[in-house]
Design a protein around this ligand. Structure first.
Ligand code: DGJ
Length: 375
């Protein structure tokens, strides 16, 4: 028979042993937070601030309708990237049924950046309205004085109404034909020529999968899948990061890119992205440009694995590329292995970005740690 003190000690020790204490990444496995709960931050975005990494992502719920935002955007913090502390809900869905951000609308791929001038944290996300599927195609913006929130909702909107991109002339616009019928045999060419762009010119362009990128000069960019997901739009944010400026470009018209994730190395801008297959994975894509508003060139599939791995991006879809602070040329490719039958159980695929002849590539690694970058 154990004394109450022995029992207490036993419970305490068992608790300590159960505490996750990670020292490596194991892509695709359950990843427990400080409360022993699988991290719930899908389609994530990352921010390094005051020596701490923050992870923001979609808080999913269980079951097939788990993609509806019932709770909001979940935040976690970490000093070492392996062990994550639950910081609670940074952006809460609103009970007010008159608000666009009402509970059960769709909030995807939240990204947070810090504005040094205003000292505010700004979160953008892909927003779809309650019970409207993916029809609305809005980008949403929120702001906070504190990194983990609460973030205050500002607005959600379509982008750049009545504004021409820097790389598309009024003449091209006039020549573009609006597609009446998807059976049209010139359909793809018409998309490239600006068909959907013209259709949405006055009401604003669609904005679905998105990310943010802050350049070394603190200019921030919003990168989003537009024109029925056929074309990416890259836009400069305003100086306070709270709105879009009027400067933007169309990238890869007709190229069908989702899941953009940008990083910069040796003065070049790289973009990982995916194709369009809903929650199912597809071959990864990599592109490069000399500037954010430059000519983006498609480099092909960055995955170097088995055919199955290459055709599915290791069963995942990109969400972010994180530069590891304090290590040279150290970038982590971050992606989601979606689980639409039970969204809350979706897994995280983090892989080191490797370079072959200076070109970023991805290889599967079962288990790895940051010393990978020391070689
Ligand atoms: C793929 C996107 O990348 C996800 O964020 C999500 O929007 C799904 N499509 C929905 O099918």
């Amino acid at each position: 028979m154990k004394s109450p003190l022995q029992l207490l000690l036993f419970v305490f020790c068992a608790h300590l042993m159960a505490q996750s204490d990670y020292n490596k990444f194991t892509p695709g496995e359950l990843w427990l937070d400080n409360n022993e709960v699988h991290i719930n931050a899908h389609g994530g975005g990352f921010l390094f601030h005051d020596e701490i990494y923050y992870w923001f992502g979609e808080h999913k719920v269980g079951g097939e309708s788990g993609n509806k935002a019932m709770v909001g955007v979940h935040a976690y913090s970490s000093k070492d990237l392996y062990n994550w502390k639950d910081e609670g809900i940074a952006l809460k869905m609103l009970a007010d049924t008159l608000s666009l951000l009402q509970i059960a609308s769709v909030v995807e791929r939240p990204k947070v950046i810090y504005n040094k001038k205003t000292q505010k944290f700004v979160m953008w996300f892909h927003h779809e309205l309650k019970d409207q599927g993916y029809k609305a195609a809005l980008t949403g913006v929120t702001v906070s004085d504190h990194v983990t929130g609460p973030y205050v909702y500002i607005n959600s909107f379509r982008i750049h109404p009545n504004v021409f991109p820097l790389n598309f002339s009024e003449e091209q616009f006039l020549n573009a034909e609006i597609i009446e019928n998807r059976e049209d045999e010139n359909w793809k060419q018409k998309v490239i020529d600006g068909s959907y762009f013209k259709r949405d010119f006055e009401t604003g362009q669609m904005s679905r999968d998105m990310t943010l990128f802050v350049d070394d000069d603190e200019i921030a960019y919003h990168i989003t899948a537009s024109e029925e997901n056929h074309t990416l739009l890259i836009s400069k944010l305003s100086d306070d990061y709270l709105s879009l400026s009027n400067e933007y470009i169309r990238v890869f018209p007709g190229g069908r890119n989702e899941a953009p994730a940008i990083f910069k190395k040796d003065g070049k801008y790289y973009m990982f992205s995916s194709g369009l297959t809903g929650w199912k994975p597809n071959p990864g894509k990599l592109s490069v440009s000399d500037s954010m508003f430059g000519n983006w060139t498609f480099l092909g599939n960055p995955c170097k694995g088995t055919d199955e791995e290459n055709n599915t991006t290791f069963w995942s879809q990109s969400t972010y590329v994180l530069p590891v602070v304090g290590k040279k040329d150290a970038f982590i490719f971050m992606a989601d292995r979606w689980l639409p039958e039970n969204h809350i159980d979706g897994r995280y695929i983090w892989l080191p970005v490797e370079f072959e002849n200076g070109i970023p590539i991805l290889k599967w690694v079962d288990s790895w740690d940051l010393s990978f970058f020391d070689n």
